[in-house]
Design a protein around this ligand. Structure first.
Ligand SMILES: *Cc1c(COP(=O)(O)O)cnc(C)c1O
Length: 391
């Protein structure tokens, strides 16, 4: 007999009964400091009063009607996102991978509508992550994601991050777009240089290509800007958001400029649940909180404090930790010992983190983190490193 639940995950033997702000309360009776935020999702912490209020208010009214009818929450949230970003229009879905699927379809539809159906290929980057659907594993191109799921969806070419000449060389008559994460999150918080993002924007403009940014992990305040590309002073043509957008309620969004959005005509794409009233109520509240005066300044400030603290820990424990990477509160600890060891020890000490590629432990605290929890985290990490040194 196999377990009734599919065995595609290997969760820690721990569950939670409730959460409050920066903390989760385990079924083992312990309190945990949350520096994982459910993989950069719970950006406003747990049980945020505004989100609980938005969800319960909507829950008493109407949950679901489908897109056969107008959903005022979608129109309101789309307006808010358009006002806060480069975008002219927004499509709502339920997850990150779905947002990327929409973005990839938009790329193809844009060129097909404009008389160039032969332009469909997308240049993407090695070590990326874009989700687990057939198209998004092809977009990432990593063998560990693709193995066993062939044939691979056609149309993606991969080059290393940072090498603009290789990107140029990969452009053909069939190239339609460039797709990149401003920080490769799952890849181990590999920050893409702003200069490289600017070079990509320029290259796209010169060759008539669309620039699509996957900001599913970097977006919604995580790096100290609403979206990470703002650090580079560029704008994309298509951007995908999810994770923190719903603060824990499943929702995704695909944002686009007018020339692209207008090619997605009636019937071209859709989702039964996409943008349902519950999701819109919660995501609307998330956007309201994040666009309040001072919210992003707080992320920048806390990110600086955390980074300063971490620099001290890395200096004190050079045999355990190698370096800190990241922007804002999207940070990674590159480990010299196995990252699993560090993450497991942190968990034993009551701190949740998320492993990433390249032997990194990701630190993704809710953006509402305060100095007290940063100090708490730094003290625990120091202890963990000392224990690991003493074998
Ligand atoms: C998490 C993530 C996705 C996939 O989102 P899902 O909601 O799991 O489908 C895609 N791209 C990036 C950059 C992500 O971090």
């Amino acid at each position: 007999m196999i377990p009734a639940l599919l065995s595609n995950y290997a969760p820690a033997d721990l569950s939670f009964e409730k959460g409050e702000g920066m903390y989760l309360y385990g079924n083992d009776g312990r309190r945990y400091l949350d520096f994982a935020a459910g993989i950069a999702v719970s950006a406003l912490g747990h049980a945020h009063p505004k989100l609980v209020g938005a969800l319960t208010e909507q829950a008493k009214k109407v949950w679901h009607v489908s897109n056969l009818f107008r959903i005022p929450g979608q129109e309101e949230l789309a307006k808010k996102l358009v006002a806060a970003t480069f975008a002219d229009a927004v499509y709502f879905c339920n997850s990150g991978a779905e947002a990327n699927e929409c973005g990839i379809k938009m790329v193809r539809k844009y060129f097909s509508t404009n008389g160039h159906p032969e332009k469909y290929r997308i240049i993407a980057f090695e070590n990326s992550f874009h989700g687990r659907t057939l198209a998004t594993i092809a977009a990432a191109g990593q063998e560990k994601l693709l193995a066993g799921f062939g044939p691979v969806v056609e149309g993606f070419d991969h080059v290393p991050v940072g090498d603009i000449e290789k990107v140029k060389a990969a452009i053909t008559e069939e190239t339609a777009a460039v797709l990149i994460e401003p920080v490769l999150g799952e890849g181990g918080i590999q920050v893409v240089e702003p200069a490289f993002l600017r070079a990509l924007r320029k290259l796209c403009d010169e060759h008539g290509l669309l620039l699509m940014l996957d900001e599913i992990q970097t977006g919604m305040g995580r790096t100290g800007k609403l979206f990470a590309h703002e650090h580079a002073g560029i704008t994309p043509d298509i951007l995908t958001s999810a994770k923190a957008l719903g603060g824990g309620f499943p929702v995704g969004a695909c944002l686009a400029v007018e020339k692209v959005a207008k090619t997605m005509t009636v019937g071209s794409h859709g989702s039964t649940y996409g943008g349902n009233p519950l999701a819109m109520a919660v995501a609307g509240a998330v956007v309201d909180v994040m666009t309040e005066e001072g919210f992003l300044d707080h992320v920048v400030e806390m990110g600086n404090h955390l980074k300063q603290g971490l620099t001290g820990v890395v200096d004190r424990h050079p045999d355990i930790l190698e370096e800190i990477r990241g922007i804002g509160l999207h940070l990674g600890l590159k480990c010299k010992v196995e990252n699993t060891l560090v993450a497991t020890k942190l968990l034993e000490h009551g701190v949740l983190t998320a492993k990433g590629g390249d032997n990194v432990v990701r630190l993704l605290p809710p953006l509402i983190v305060e100095d007290a929890q940063i100090s708490e985290f730094i003290a625990v990490l120091d202890d963990v490193c000392t224990e690991l040194e003493n074998g």
